[in-house]
Design a protein around this ligand. Structure first.
Ligand SMILES: [Zn+2]
Length: 76
C-alpha cells in the first residue's frame, strides 16, 4: 500500500496508467483503475488523505473492504 502524498505524485500515477487507486472517505472505499475518469485532480485536492495506490488489485482488496467502481470495472 502506498499513500498518494501529493498532487505531483497523483499526476504520475495517473499518467503511468499502472496499478489501481483506492479512494476512501467516511462512507465508502472504492477501487479504480489508475486511469479512471472519475478520479480527478480536483477530487484529489479535496481529499488528499483519501487516496492510496496499489500495484495489483489483489493487494488492494486485502488492504481494504472494497467496492469495485461501476464505471471502470477494475480487474487484473
Ligand atoms: Zn473508476
Amino acid at each position: 500500500m502506498s499513500k498518494i502524498e501529493s498532487l505531483e505524485q497523483f499526476k504520475l500515477v495517473k499518467d503511468s496508467n499502472l496499478g489501481f487507486i483506492v479512494f476512501s472517505n467516511n462512507t465508502s472505499k472504492t477501487i479504480h483503475r489508475s486511469k479512471c475518469d472519475s478520479i480527478t485532480e480536483s477530487k484529489f485536492s479535496d481529499n488528499v488523505d483519501g487516496f492510496h495506490w496499489f500495484s495489483t488489485i489483489g493487494m488492494a482488496k486485502k488492504s481494504f473492504g472494497i467496492i469495485m467502481c461501476d464505471a471502470c470495472r477494475p480487474s487484473d
